[in-house]
Unconditional design. Structure first.
Length: 304
């Protein structure tokens, strides 16, 4: 009998095994799969491998490799569907095999890129996730959130810096708002002159690209609001500009009405926002009152 008293995360959800998984139960499932038609057999073996990840990773990999061989021999929609499932399972069981599994392309690549990286980290494959991000070859769908998670995962400065520089390269090749969060929170990992250059480049790109509408609020009352995507981006890095290029920060404030209004309430941009949010939480805990607030933008609403 194999103990399954463990926990893991699947698609962001914590899955717990608190009972025991008899070996003969999986054996019977495997025997039944062997007698099934190829598509059913391949799907069943993928499911069995997924269960095995909770208590026997070596066996899970072995079962997964068998399931992958079965899947590759299929054709048509069954093959495409199961290969997509196999890609997700590979991230948990055998990340080194991921490059060998083609994608059918039915799921948006940006969504998949982030999911695969997160699954690797959730299953403690930090080195594999590092290689995945460093060698990711499509800048427009680069998994910026995974890069941010990786920088918190590793304790060594060298790998954190490598991940951040790879994210910068991807952003330069295909500017994307998702990078701003990474830079906003991790910029101090860079040498100062490098951080200055990236901050100025974000400003330049923001100013030359067409402005996009957004709805961003930064206080609980919703009194500080920005509807310009450009000014929202500038506000997100205002605390950085204050430190690395004060004159540039002041010139941007002088030239952008909504940014100026937000800066009057939050002089150091998101740094001031977070300080106020922390103070509110402490006050809420002291008084026992409820409440909360969020920031709404192009990527949705983020509770603080």
């Amino acid at each position: 009998m194999s103990a399954s008293g463990t926990a893991f995360r699947e698609n962001g959800q914590l899955i717990r095994y608190t009972a025991f998984m008899p070996d003969d139960l999986l054996s019977r499932a495997s025997e039944q799969a062997e007698r099934s038609k190829p598509p059913v057999r391949a799907a069943a073996m993928l499911r069995i491998a997924r269960v095995q990840t909770a208590f026997d990773r070596d066996q899970a990999r072995h079962t997964f490799e068998q399931a992958l061989d079965e899947t590759r021999r299929l054709a048509g929609r069954d093959r495409e569907f199961l290969l997509e499932q196999a890609r997700l399972l590979a991230a948990a069981v055998a990340p080194d095999l991921l490059r060998e599994i083609p994608s059918a392309g039915h799921t948006p690549r940006q969504f998949t890129s982030e999911m695969l990286g997160r699954i690797m980290l959730e299953h403690e494959h930090g080195d594999a996730a590092f290689e995945y991000v460093i060698h990711y070859d499509e800048p427009s769908t680069f998994p910026f959130p995974v890069a941010s998670d990786l920088m918190q995962w590793f304790g060594d400065e060298e790998r954190r810096l490598a991940v951040l520089r790879r994210a910068i390269e991807a952003w330069r090749a295909a500017p994307n708002d998702r990078f701003i969060w990474v830079f906003q929170t991790q910029w101090k990992e860079l040498p100062r002159e490098e951080a200055v250059a990236v901050a100025r480049e974000i400003v330049r790109v923001s100013l030359v690209q067409p402005d996009q509408p957004t709805t961003a609020t930064y206080d609980q009352e919703g009194s500080v609001r920005i509807t310009s995507g450009r000014e929202h981006t500038l506000f997100q890095i205002l605390h950085i500009l204050r430190q690395v290029d004060g004159p540039l920060a002041e010139s941007l404030i002088a030239g952008h009405e909504q940014l100026a209004a937000a800066a009057r309430r939050f002089p150091n941009g998101m740094e001031s926002v977070m300080q106020e949010a922390t103070a509110r939480r402490i006050d809420t805990c002291d008084t026992g009152s409820g409440g909360g607030w969020g920031i709404g933008g192009r990527r949705g609403t983020f509770l603080i």
